[in-house]
Every structure is written in structure tokens, then in C-alpha cells.
Design a protein around this ligand. Structure first.
Ligand code: SF4
Length: 278
């Protein structure tokens, strides 16, 4: 089986991504985000190396057409704590660099800054998800917001195109915390944002940890919201008003802004920030 797979974000009819390939150096994720959408994968919280990863990646890279974009990762994080020792993702980046492919790194970890030397010489951009102080409470093992911002800044200062994924916007968070993140990341090249979508298992984990949210979530997602594929969305009017807050602030800061799987138009050249990659 090929290790580079077509990017197929949950077959969402609202996805606006250009064609790209998806690559996960690890299976499973250690960050333990309560809202995670990928927990249908067995033993998901256990981070495992993929069998024969480097050989399979090299084989797939050899038959790639030039200009193809690889997104790493979409259903795990390429920088789990184990990466500090294993350096598997780093070895994959080295291979991708040799093949001169375009790479979009997507992570919640500050470990990515360790690879700044490689990334600065590659056709690459780095997106770091930073969610704000309330959302951070839902990411049980992920690095702090401050560490993620520092990592983004270090990459930016080294000339790597940087993207802030302000995602997910929570309906019970205050807009001030989104503005705080945007102010702190005003150096980035692009922002992509998205409201919290719920799957049943993610909903179950959130209300188990925060039972006081149950009534509000039931009302917003299951009584007033809508279902798109296997996801429950907030009511459209509420989503638009939340996205507007971020878009307006990005406009003031002079940063391009896009929305992920919202069905709401945006002006940026791409949603995921891939337009920044040479
Ligand atoms: S970082 Fe992503 S893949 Fe990992 S637990 Fe959080 S949402 Fe899931």
C-alpha cells in the first residue's frame, strides 16, 4: 500500500483544498485532544511508527510528478514527543528535500522548530494550530500555547512561510482569546480558522470532562445546528459571526484569512496556506 495517499478530508463537500497528498509518519497521536476527529483509528492514543516507513516513502517519492503537494499530517501529529528521540519525521523531511517536493507541515507541537534548518531550505510551509486559552483545556497533552507561538516565530524568522491554524473556535469561548492569539501571531503569513465541529465520540469526551457544557452543546449542535456528513455543525449564523471576528482582525493586521470546511467564502488564495509554498 502506498504511504502517500490522496488527501480526502472525511469526504467533506465543504472542503476547499486543492488536490494534495496526505502523509502521516506516525499512526496515532499523543496530544489527546478531546475533540479529535481521528479517534476511529484503533488504539489512537498510542503513537506507533509505520512499518518500513522510509523505504516506502522513498519509493512513493520516486514516482511523484513534480509540483505535487504533500500535507503532513492530517490524522495524527508529525511531531509527537517520541519524535525528539526517533527523528522519524526529520528523516522523512530529508527525503522530501532530496526529491524537492512541496510540503505543508501541520502540527500542534513546538518540536517542529528543531527542523528549522531543513525547512528553511525546502519548498515548505508550516502551519501550527493554536486554539486559545479555553480550547487549550481540551488538548490534554499538547504543548502550551506559548511554546507553539515561539516555534512559529522561530520558523518565521528563519524565512519559513508560517500559517496560524486558529482552530477550533469554540462557541463557549470569548472572542477576546481569539484576538489575543491573533495579536501574538501577527507576524504569520496566513491564518486559517474553523469552528468546532463535533462527532459523537468527541462530543462524549467533552461532556465527560466538562459536564456543565452538555446543555449548551445539545442545544447548539443537535437542536439548532446542522449535520454535514458525519459532523455536527453549529447554526450557520453563529458560525459566520465567529468567523467574521477572526477575518476582521486579520484584515486589520494585514494577514490573509481563510476558513476550513465552513461553506463560507473567503478572499485568500488558498484555505490551507499552500499558496505560500514555492
Ligand atoms: S493533534 Fe490532531 S490528531 Fe492529535 S489528538 Fe489532537 S486533533 Fe487528534
Amino acid at each position: 500500500m502506498r504511504i502517500l495517499q490522496p488527501f480526502d478530508p472525511w469526504k467533506s463537500k465543504l472542503c476547499t483544498c486543492s488536490p494534495k497528498l496526505s502523509f502521516n509518519p506516525y499512526t496515532g497521536c499523543a496530544h489527546r485532544c478531546l475533540y479529535c476527529y481521528a479517534t476511529y483509528i484503533p488504539r489512537f492514543w498510542e503513537v506507533r511508527e509505520k512499518r518500513d516507513l522510509l523505504r516506502r516513502l522513498e519509493k512513493d517519492l520516486e514516482r511523484l510528478e513534480s509540483g505535487v503537494l504533500i500535507s503532513m499530517s492530517n490524522s495524527s501529529d508529525p511531531y509527537p514527543p517520541a519524535e525528539k528521540i526517533k527523528e522519524l519525521t526529520r528523516k522523512c523531511l530529508q527525503l522530501m528535500k532530496e526529491h524537492s517536493v512541496r510540503v505543508l507541515v501541520v502540527t500542534k507541537s513546538d518540536i517542529v522548530a528543531r527542523d528549522v534548518d531543513l525547512l528553511a531550505e525546502m519548498r515548505a510551509a508550516v502551519a501550527i494550530t493554536i486554539t486559545g486559552r479555553t480550547a487549550k483545556q481540551l488538548e490534554l497533552n499538547a504543548p502550551s500555547m506559548e511554546k507553539r507561538i515561539e516555534a512559529l516565530k522561530m520558523l518565521h524568522d528563519a524565512g519559513v512561510p508560517t500559517i496560524l491554524r486558529l482552530d477550533p473556535l469554540l462557541p463557549w469561548a470569548s472572542k477576546e482569546e481569539w484576538l489575543e492569539v491573533l495579536e501574538a501571531c501577527s507576524f504569520v503569513d496566513h491564518v486559517v480558522t474553523s469552528t468546532l465541529k463535533l462527532k459523537k465520540d468527541g462530543y462524549g469526551r467533552i461532556v465527560l470532562h466538562f459536564p456543565q457544557l452538555k446543555e449548551k452543546l445539545d442545544e447548539l449542535y443537535f437542536r439548532k445546528g446542522e449535520k454535514v456528513g458525519s459532523y455536527f455543525y453549529l447554526p450557520e449564523e453563529l458560525r459566520r459571526s465567529m468567523l467574521k471576528v477572526v477575518e476582521k482582525k486579520c484584515h486589520e493586521l494585514g494577514i490573509s484569512c481563510a476558513f476550513c470546511r465552513e461553506g463560507v467564502p473567503f478572499k485568500a488564495r488558498s484555505c490551507d496556506g499552500s499558496h505560500l509554498i514555492r
